[in-house]
Design a protein around this ligand. Structure first.
Ligand code: 3HC
Length: 710
C-alpha cells in the first residue's frame, strides 16, 4: 500500500486511512490505494467489516482540481475515473462505513456514497460543489445522491453547489448517523453493529425508492432550471447538473452514469470551467505575498473604530460586528449618526426577516456597535478606519487628528477609493501604520477588500490586514498606491468607453444591455445610477487639474449631475426610475447626449454589440496590463479576483485578464492599436500587452514566469 492510503486492523474491523494533505484530495494514487485496500478487505476472512476515514483536518474534499488542467491541456492522457473504485466499495461483501469529518465534497461525497453506510461528526459538511468549478459531479454523484436524498434535495445540491451540515445530511438520508465524541471509535462501533445484525449491506445504486415519478419530478426540474437561469445567469454547469439528475430519474443507473459522463466532459472542456478553476486557485493565490509569511508578526485586533456612519462607514462597522469585534462608529452630527444606526438596524432586521440569522444574533451584533459623536475610546482601538467623503484636505485633517489620539501600534486605515495613501500617511508621524482598506459598496455585502500599501506601510500592518480580511469574510487583495488603485483605475477606463460609445451613437440601454448579456451583474451606466453619479462627479472635480487639454473627456455624466440627475436617489440619472426603481430609458437623456455629441463634432453611427464588448473589455485589459507592469498589482490573477469579487464580473469568464487570454492577446492588442489610431491617447497600448501579444504569450503565463523567479 502507498503512504497515501493505509490499511490497519482493529480486531475484525479494517480501517482505511486516506492521508493526502492538506485536504485528502483524490490525487493519483489515492483512488488506486482505496481500491487495493477494498480488494484486501474482500479477500481477508479475518476481516468482517471496514471503516474509511481521512487523516488530518478532513475527509476527502474531492478530486484533485490540479488534474483537470492537465487533462484539458492534453498533458494527462487519461480522464478522471473513480467510477470503478466506487463500484468496488459498493460491491464489497462486508459492511463498509465512511467516517466523515471536515468536508466530504465532490468526489469525496461520491466515494462516501459508494460505502454502505456513512457516519459523520456534527461539524462535518457534505456537498457537490462542482458547479463552482464550472463542472458537474463526474463520479456518479448525480446518480447516487438522488437515490439517498431524493430528487429535490439532490437537484438543489448539484445545481447550486452549496454544502449542507451533517444535521441536514442526516435528515435528508445522506448520512446514517451523527457520531458524538471520537469519530473513528463511533464508526467502528457502528460497523460492528452492522456486522452483528447480519444485514445485507445496501448498495446505493440499487436504492431506487426515492427517485419519484415523472409527474412529481417535472416541477422540481422546471423550478430548478428557472432558478439556475436567474442565479447563475450564463453558466452552463448548473443546467447540465440538473440534466444529469433528471437522467437518474429516467434511465437505468448505468445509462444515467454514461449521461453524466457525457455532460461532465462537455463542461470540463468548456472555457467556463477553465475560467472557474483559474478563479478557485486565484482566490487562494492572492493571499500569498512575497516577503510576507507565517513568521511575519501581526497586530492583535480586538477593538475597532470607524469614522463616518454613512453608507460605507456603517457597512464597515457591520463587518466588524459580524466578526464579533467591538467597534465604535463616530459621526459629526446626531442626525447623521441616527441615520447611520437606523440603516444598520434596517439591514440586520432584513436578514432576520429573511431567516438568515435569529433575532439574538442581530441583538448581539447591534450591541457590539457603539455609535458616538466624540473620539472617546479611540485611544483603545487596535484599528481605526476612516470612511468620510472623498477629499484629500478632509482626510489629512482626520489622520493628523488620529495621529494624536490613536495608541502606538494601532493601524490607521483609510477607505479612500482613489486618493494617495502616501499623501494621507504624510499627515501622521507614523506612516508605517497607515494603509488603505478600500471596501466596496455595500461594504457589508461585497466580498472585495483592496488593501493599499503606501511606500512606508510595514509588513506587519500588511500581514494583519490580510488576515483581518479573512476574519471579516472578505477577499483581501494587496495593491500598490496610484490613482484609483487597481479596481477603480481600470473602472475609469471602462466607464469612459461606455460613455464615449453613448456619445458616438449607442443608447445607454444598448451599452448596458450588451454588457449584461456578456455576464456583468449590471451595465456600467445603471451601476452609476445605483451608486450615485454625484460621487464620481465630486472626484472628477477634485482631479480637474490632472486633465490634459486636447484629450477627449466624457461629458454626459457631468451634465446629468448639473441637472440634478444623480441616479436612483434623485429618481433620474442615465435613466428615469419609477416608484419600484425600475430603469426606464429617457428621451430627455437621448436629446442631451445628441446635443453634447453635436457640440463636440462627433458623428453618430450604429454601434454593434461586438464593439461595445471590445471597447469596454479591452479598455480594462489594456489598463490592467499597465497596472501589472507598474507592479501596482502583484499578478494578473489579482486583477481578476478584484473584478470578480468587487465589480460584478462573471466568474465564468475568469476576470478581465483571463478573458483577454481567452480571446487571445494578439487579437486584443491589434484592436487596441486600431482604437488608438481612431480614438487617440486613451488607447495608448500597454507595453506589456504588446510584448506578450508579440511573443504569443498569456497573462497566465506571465504570472507563472513571475512566480518561478520570485
Ligand atoms: N484539489 C486540489 N487542491 C485543493 C483542493 C482540491 N480538491 N481543495 C483544496 N485544495 C488546496 C487549495 O488550493 C489550498 O492550496 P494552497 O494552500 O497551496 O493554496 C489548500 O488545498 C487548502 O485549501 P483552502 O485554502 O481552500 O483551505 P480551507 O480550509 O479554507 O478550505 C476546503 C478547505 C473547504 C476543502 C476548500 O479548499 C474547498 O472547498 N475545496 C474545493 C472542494 C471542491 O471543489 N471539491 C470538488 C472537486 S471537483 C470533483 O470532485 C469532481 C468529481 O465529481 C469527479
Amino acid at each position: 500500500m502507498s503512504e497515501l492510503v493505509t490499511l490497519t486492523q482493529d480486531g475484525e474491523v479494517a480501517v482505511i486511512t486516506v492521508n493526502n494533505p492538506p485536504v485528502n484530495a483524490l490525487s493519483p494514487g489515492v483512488p488506486e490505494g482505496i481500491a487495493e485496500a477494498i480488494a484486501k478487505i474482500s479477500a481477508d476472512d479475518s476481516i468482517k467489516g471496514a471503516v474509511m476515514i481521512g487523516s488530518g483536518q478532513t475527509f476527502i474534499a474531492g478530486a484533485d482540481i490540479k488534474e483537470f488542467g492537465k487533462i484539458t491541456s492534453g498533458q494527462r492522457k487519461e480522464g478522471i475515473n473513480f467510477l470503478d473504485v466506487i463500484k468496488s466499495i459498493e460491491d464489497c461483501p462486508k459492511p463498509t462505513v465512511a467516517a466523515i469529518h471536515g468536508t466530504a465534497f465532490g468526489g469525496g461525497l461520491e466515494v462516501a456514497m459508494g460505502f454502505h453506510y456513512r457516519v459523520a461528526v456534527a461539524s462535518a459538511q457534505v456537498g457537490q460543489p462542482e458547479v463552482k468549478l464550472g463542472i458537474i459531479p463526474g463520479a456518479a454523484g448525480t446518480q447516487r445522491l438522488p437515490r439517498l436524498a431524493g430528487v429535490a434535495k439532490a437537484t438543489q445540491m448539484c445545481a447550486d453547489g452549496n454544502p449542507i451540515p451533517a444535521k441536514d445530511a442526516l435528515a435528508a438520508g445522506i448520512i446514517d448517523s451523527i457520531v458524538e465524541g471520537d469519530l473513528l471509535s463511533g464508526a467502528i462501533a457502528f460497523v460492528k453493529e452492522k456486522i452483528a445484525s447480519g444485514e445485507k449491506p445496501p448498495k446505493t445504486r440499487e436504492r431506487n425508492e426515492k427517485l419519484g415519478d415523472e409527474a412529481s419530478n417535472a416541477p422540481i426540474f422546471e423550478a430548478a432550471r428557472a432558478l439556475a437561469k436567474k442565479t447563475a445567469r450564463g453558466m452552463m454547469a448548473p443546467l447540465a447538473a440538473i440534466d444529469a439528475v433528471e437522467a437518474a430519474t429516467k434511465l437505468s443507473f448505468d445509462e444515467g452514469v454514461a449521461r453524466e459522463r457525457e455532460l461532465f466532459n462537455q463542461c470540463l472542456f468548456s472555457d467556463q470551467s477553465k475560467a472557474m478553476i483559474h478563479v478557485f486557485f486565484g482566490e487562494r493565490e492572492v493571499a500569498k505575498i512575497p516577503g510576507i509569511g507565517k513568521d511575519t508578526p501581526q497586530i492583535a485586533i480586538n477593538k475597532a473604530a470607524v469614522i463616518g456612519a454613512g453608507t460605507m462607514g456603517g457597512g464597515i462597522a457591520m463587518n466588524y460586528a459580524n466578526a464579533g469585534i467591538p467597534v465604535i462608529m463616530k459621526e459629526t452630527t446626531q442626525e447623521a449618526l441616527d441615520r447611520g444606526v437606523a440603516t444598520i438596524r434596517k439591514n440586520y432586521q432584513n436578514s432576520v426577516n429573511k431567516g438568515r440569522f435569529p433575532q439574538e444574533v442581530m441583538d448581539k451584533r447591534m450591541a457590539l456597535i457603539t455609535p458616538q459623536l466624540t473620539y472617546d475610546g479611540f485611544d483603545q482601538a487596535d484599528i481605526i478606519t476612516e470612511a468620510v467623503f472623498e477629499g484629500m484636505a478632509l482626510k489629512k485633517e482626520i489622520f493628523s487628528e488620529l495621529d494624536k489620539i490613536a495608541k502606538p501600534g494601532a493601524i490607521l486605515a483609510s477607505n479612500t477609493s482613489t486618493l494617495s495613501i502616501d499623501e494621507i500617511a504624510s499627515a501622521t508621524s507614523r506612516p508605517e501604520f497607515v494603509i488603505g482598506h478600500h471596501y466596496f459598496s455595500p461594504a457589508n455585502v461585497m466580498r472585495l477588500l483592496e488593501i493599499v500599501r503606501s511606500q512606508a506601510t510595514s509588513n506587519e500592518v500588511i500581514a494583519t490586514s490580510m488576515a483581518l480580511s479573512k476574519r471579516l469574510k472578505k477577499v483581501g487583495v494587496l495593491v500598490g498606491n496610484c490613482y484609483g488603485f487597481v479596481g477603480n483605475r481600470m473602472l475609469h477606463q471602462y466607464g469612459r468607453e461606455a460613455q464615449f460609445l453613448v456619445e458616438e451613437g449607442a443608447k445607454p440601454q444598448e451599452v448596458d444591455g450588451a454588457l449584461y448579456k456578456f455576464g456583468m451583474a449590471m451595465g456600467p451606466l445603471a451601476v452609476g445610477d445605483l451608486a450615485g453619479l454625484d460621487v464620481g462627479w465630486r472626484i472628477r472635480k477634485e482631479h480637474r487639474h490632472l486633465e490634459k487639454p486636447g484629450v477627449r473627456y466624457a461629458k454626459v455624466a457631468d451634465e446629468l449631475c448639473e441637472r440634478g440627475r444623480y441616479g436612483q436617489k434623485t429618481g433620474a440619472g442615465w435613466y428615469k426610475y419609477d416608484e419600484n426603481r425600475k430603469a426606464i430609458p429617457d428621451p430627455e437623456v437621448d436629446a442631451l447626449i445628441e446635443q453634447i455629441a453635436a457640440a463636440q463634432g462627433i458623428a453618430r453611427r450604429v454601434i454593434t454589440e461586438e464593439e461595445i464588448i471590445e471597447r469596454t473589455q479591452y479598455a480594462l485589459i489594456n489598463e490592467g496590463a499597465k497596472i501589472l507592469e507598474e507592479g501596482i498589482a502583484l499578478r494578473a490573477v489579482d486583477i481578476d479576483i478584484i473584478y470578480l469579487s468587487g465589480y460584478g464580473y462573471p466568474a465564468w469568464r475568469g476576470g478581465p485578464m483571463w478573458y483577454g487570454d481567452t480571446v487571445g492577446l494578439k487579437k486584443v492588442y491589434d484592436r487596441v492599436c486600431q482604437f488608438h489610431a481612431e480614438h487617440g491617447e486613451w488607447w495608448t497600448p500597454a507595453p506589456l500587452l504588446k510584448e506578450l501579444a508579440e511573443a504569443g504569450k498569456t497573462f497566465a503565463a506571465f504570472d507563472k514566469a513571475k512566480a518561478a523567479t520570485a
